[in-house]
Ligand binder design. Structure first.
Ligand SMILES: [Zn+2]
Length: 245
């Protein structure tokens, strides 16, 4: 038995299959991560072959088999592509990092509409906005970590339970979590945030639009969040796309 399904999807990657076909991996609105076989996609005449490109937003129609994880695509239509992102190495690097996170850290066949919407929105914003793609990506990274179930809480000290006010310094330990400056004095810390860095963390984690930051502080926060993810997800070894230069 198979059902005909139509869903929006972000193209994650594609691999050649046989002489003429491709297998494409998607992050879909209704089924999370999903693989589809696209017959004839490598023919120069194949319209679908051109549409299936990493990062593009498409609508796929396919037959969903109950007995297999690989389904057959019937139709693919392009909904959105990102020409400005492809022309700008910096935008491209951070947009690719979003695709990589979806590819590596989400689950097959598990619907996550909020993560889908947030990812499409951020890919569009990186393409259209003049804002530094690095800060857009850092905001996305906080959102992503929360959506996959590992919220990075920045409200209170995990030792004394007091609220840590913005403008104070703080520390972090993988086991304990966030600690106020008093409690971290005689404890092992994995990360230390000075006043400015801690304030930036709070801003990035909020819905605030106007954020003042230094490039090197953003770099430090991204590295810290990657380490935070690696600690929780053993197979995760950091975001390769960010190492492109
Ligand atoms: Zn404390």
């Amino acid at each position: 038995m198979s059902d005909i399904i139509k869903t929006r999807a972000i193209v994650l990657r594609k691999i050649d299959f046989g002489d003429t076909s491709r297998i494409a991996h998607f992050f879909t609105e209704d089924f999370g991560k999903l693989s589809l076989m696209i017959k004839g996609a490598r023919s120069p005449k194949s319209k679908i072959g051109l549409i299936i490109d990493t990062m593009n937003i498409v609508e796929v129609v396919f037959y969903k088999k109950e007995t297999s994880d690989l389904h057959l695509a019937n139709q693919v239509d392009l909904l959105q592509h990102f020409p400005n992102t492809r022309d700008d190495l910096d935008k491209y690097k951070y947009a690719l990092a979003i695709v990589e996170l979806l590819s590596v850290l989400t689950v097959e066949n598990e619907q996550h509409k909020k993560l889908f919407e947030g990812s499409v929105k951020m890919l569009s914003l990186i393409n259209s906005s003049d804002e530094n793609p690095k800060i857009l990506f850092t905001k996305f990274l906080f959102f992503f970590i929360k959506e996959i179930g590992y919220e990075f809480q920045l409200e209170h000290c995990n030792v004394c339970n007091r609220k840590i006010q913005p403008g104070r310094s703080a520390s972090y330990n993988y086991e304990t979590g966030l600690m106020c400056s008093d409690c971290s004095e005689d404890r092992l810390t994995n990360f230390n945030f000075n006043e400015e860095l801690f304030n930036l963390l709070i801003c990035l984690n909020s819905k605030k639009n106007e954020i003042i930051y230094k490039q090197k502080d953003l770099d430090q926060i991204i590295i810290m969040l990657e380490k935070f993810l690696s600690y929780h997800v053993i197979e995760f070894k950091g975001i390769k796309s960010l190492r492109l230069t």
